[in-house]
Design a protein around this ligand. Structure first.
Ligand code: ASP
Length: 345
């Protein structure tokens, strides 16, 4: 007889577990018990499911790095006891959490699947039931004793996506998340079809946990008409790292004041990560003259990384070292499949 899989279901909050206040009509997070009461199907699973929750149940707009550390600690503490983990999370910042965990927990050999819903679980048309039930099924799926998806991934609306490749795309549709630069890992129809060539395989490395995240970062989003005053204000804000959201394939103004301001900040020790404002495609330093200048002064190319992964990778990289060169080296290599490698270009 094959052993039943054991899954830990971790509740953080979000619409999936919210209830409506009868007087104000507003949605607010509620306890785990209410959620479980609404999914009796969980008891019929051929899987043992334990449950736990964060110390604070939140609307995910209140997510912060300290809660990512709490999630990491929960998983680290029982990693060997379970075959997989499912995290119930609000959709608003789910892509940030899935990216953060992809960097904080590397070389994992078990699935960590995040899911949530657009409608609360108690409502008739909820998408939460299917999302949760299939997420559990994926988290417990194995072949030859090995997990089918040893990755941090997001399951939503019949699709499984790599956790460090997703972005919240819709506040309206059930299909809330997209992965514009990486194919889906699985699709759930009558059966779950795994897109095997695109799923990371477990190596011989043991799982690594790192709770060190430094959130002293800033964002500089370029727009036509951006002023020197605005740019210098952000560069002088005392942060260690900055995500620069550029145009198209990583381009920005060629004005001398702009390049000089960036260079001065880098010389002072700041790390600048170039990420495109486009959802799909890649930063390519040197394709246009404007981005060659970025390369020359030491801006790091984010290639085809998505915004959420760029933010959390920067926090992770800064958390690993006080030295700019080390942080830049960490940013430049793919850690969890969040960006393409050199040979892919
Ligand atoms: N505001 C909610 C949250 O992110 C939205 C959702 O769950 O869909 O917690």
């Amino acid at each position: 007889m094959t052993e039943r899989s054991k899954i830990l279901l971790i509740y953080t909050g979000g619409t999936i577990g919210m209830v409506q206040d009868h007087i104000s009509g507003k949605l607010y997070p509620f306890g785990f018990d209410t959620l479980l009461e609404n999914i009796p199907e969980l008891k019929r699973f051929e899987v043992d499911i334990d449950t736990t929750q964060l110390s604070r149940i939140i609307d995910s707009s209140d997510m912060e790095p300290a809660l990512w550390t709490e999630l990491l600690e929960v998983i680290r503490g029982v990693y060997e006891d379970y075959d997989g983990f499912v995290i119930l999370h609000g959709t608003d910042t789910l892509a940030y959490t899935s990216a953060a965990l992809s960097f904080m927990i590397q070389d994992l050999d078990k699935p960590i699947i995040l899911t949530g819903s657009q409608l609360p679980i108690g409502t008739i048309r909820t998408d939460g039931k299917e999302n949760l039930i299939t997420a559990i099924e994926i988290a417990s799926s194995k072949e030859g004793g090995k997990a089918l998806v040893p990755e941090v991934a997001v399951y939503f609306e019949y699709t499984l996506l790599r956790g460090c490749r997703v972005t919240k795309y819709s506040a309206e549709h059930f299909d809330a998340f997209h992965s514009p630069n990486y194919p889906e890992l699985a699709e759930a129809g009558i059966q779950i079809t795994y897109n095997d060539p695109y799923i990371r395989k477990t190596g011989n490395e043991p799982v690594r946990f790192s709770e060190f995240m430094d959130s002293r970062i800033a964002i500089l989003k370029l727009f036509p008409g951006i002023t020197e005053e605005h740019v210098r204000y952000i560069l002088a804000s005392g942060v260690r790292g900055m995500i620069m959201e550029t145009y198209g394939a990583g381009n920005g103004p060629s004005a001398e004041w702009f390049i000089t301001a960036l260079k001065e900040a880098i010389d002072r020790g700041m790390v600048i990560f170039n990420v495109s404002q486009c959802l799909a495609g890649s930063v390519q330093h040197g394709r246009y003259a404007t981005s060659s200048r970025f390369e020359d002064i030491g801006v790091v190319s984010g290639r085809d990384i998505c915004f959420e992964a760029a933010i959390t990778k920067m926090m992770y990289a800064l958390g690993q070292s006080p030295q700019r060169e080390v942080v830049e080296a960490i940013l430049s290599i793919p850690l969890a499949g969040e960006m393409m490698v050199d040979t892919d270009i």
